[in-house]
Design a binder for this molecule. Structure first.
Ligand SMILES: *Cc1c(COP(=O)(O)O)cnc(C)c1O
Length: 402
């Protein structure tokens, strides 16, 4: 029996019966998490090299996040932005300070206007809506292999045909050009372009990085032509790549940044943040029932505090460099290329990633795909070094055998 009072076979039957079908499941029932470990209903242990799909930068059940959540649930779980709230005010201030330090100033000021929501895709929606009203234009240029979410606006910015095709027609005005192709971008930005939207390291699309000179060129083109430059840091943010934000590797100075995943410390949360001189929405233009709720704000504040105090971005940089080095020099026959920064690592295989993922799961390592042939590793930044080494050993054994 699980905590929910169900037998193992009932769990599977009910989920298969009632699930939407939109998300593929591994045949495992995860019931508990502790640090970088997940446990199934039979007590088997998995090293979580996925950070539960990219959000658990501090692992599962971090005591300081739990304490912040418990304290806030006793006071107030949610109230909209239609009133002021002490937790939200404190979070606004602390997040803005973090962003000011990481992203500095550009000619639109500092990143200080925050539109809070409950997911990454909503953060992208808010960024797109704000870019439209701020510029009076409607076009958006995004990149091939991009992933920005599943709602209609964010999906229109997402490139992958498999995600898009069943839901067409999408929002008009979106175009896609290859990442790091400045000539193509030059040709795509017109006087109707509201924004260029980019991931500095494409996550779902296979762990591909934007180059610094490309980013500089993209920012220059945006300024010359009156478009806003938006960076999606939903997956790359909060230490994942070995800096607080991936933008810092390439000196990106976005006008708008989108945040999610790790932002809420495990409580669903997203945010679009833009520069102060761009102004704000008109009253009534945008909002969300749960956006900026005090519970998520309290959890996010605890996450930010621990990330800084324990200098976890630097830890991710150090552990990531070691793992990347191991993978790059392994000589494993099925590996075409190893990419990434910090603890966001993509291993391009010569064949499909699924069999390797299955073998990893069977040996107690939970990893992710990023497209058909790329294996993606994103462990919690807090993972114990012996655990990361062991996961690396298992992966290399599988890659050598495969
Ligand atoms: C996960 C992700 C999103 C979507 O976030 P959700 O919380 O799943 O809606 C958007 N952009 C990027 C880069 C992501 O990795």
């Amino acid at each position: 029996m699980t905590e929910a009072g169900l037998r193992a076979d009932e769990v599977v039957r009910l989920e298969d019966l009632h699930g939407s079908g939109g998300v593929g499941r591994r045949p495992v029932t995860i019931v508990r998490g502790d640090g970088a470990r997940l446990f199934d209903d039979a007590g088997h242990e998995y090293l979580d090299l996925a950070s539960a799909h990219g959000w658990a930068n501090l692992g599962h059940g971090h005591p300081e996040i739990l304490e912040a959540i418990h304290a806030q649930t006793d006071r107030l779980i949610a109230h909209t932005e239609s009133s002021y709230n002490d937790q939200r005010a404190a979070w606004f201030g602390e997040l803005a300070a973090v962003l000011r330090e990481a992203f500095g100033e550009n000619d639109h000021g500092v990143l200080s206007r925050i539109s809070p929501s409950n997911s990454g895709t909503e953060a992208v929606e808010a960024a797109l809506k704000f870019a439209r009203v701020s510029t009076g234009r409607s076009g958006v240029v995004a990149f091939t292999r991009a992933f920005h979410g599943r709602t209609f606006g964010a999906l229109s910015a997402t490139a992958t045909a498999r995600y898009r095709a069943p839901f067409e027609p999408l929002v008009p005005g979106f175009t896609h050009v290859p990442l790091n192709d400045l000539a193509a971008l030059d040709g795509a930005i017109s006087d109707t372009t509201a924004a260029v939207l980019v991931e500095i390291v494409q996550g779902e699309g296979g762990v591909h990085e934007a180059q610094a000179d490309f980013v500089a060129g993209a920012q220059r083109l945006c300024r010359e032509r009156g478009a806003l430059f938006i960076v999606d840091e939903i997956q790359t943010g909060f230490g994942r790549t070995g800096r607080w934000f991936a933008s810092q590797w390439v000196d990106a100075k976005p006008d708008i940044v989108t945040l999610g995943k790790a932002l809420g410390g495990g409580i669903p949360m997203g945010a679009a943040v833009w520069r102060d001189r761009l102004g704000g929405f008109e009253v009534g233009a945008h909002g969300s029932t749960f956006g900026g709720n005090p519970l998520a704000c309290a959890a996010s504040r605890a996450m930010l505090r621990v990330l800084r105090r324990d200098d976890l971005p630097a830890r991710a940089d150090r552990l990531g460099a070691r793992l990347l080095g191991r993978l790059r020099t392994s000589g494993a026959p099925g590996v075409r290329e190893v990419r990434g920064r910090g603890l966001m690592i993509g291993i391009e295989l010569k064949q499909a990633a699924t069999p390797v993922l299955k073998a990893l799961t069977a040996r107690g390592v939970w990893a992710l795909p990023a497209g058909r042939t790329v294996l993606r590793l994103m462990p919690p930044l807090t993972i114990d070094e012996p655990d990361l080494d062991r996961a690396g050993d298992i992966l290399l054994e599988i890659l050598h055998d495969g």
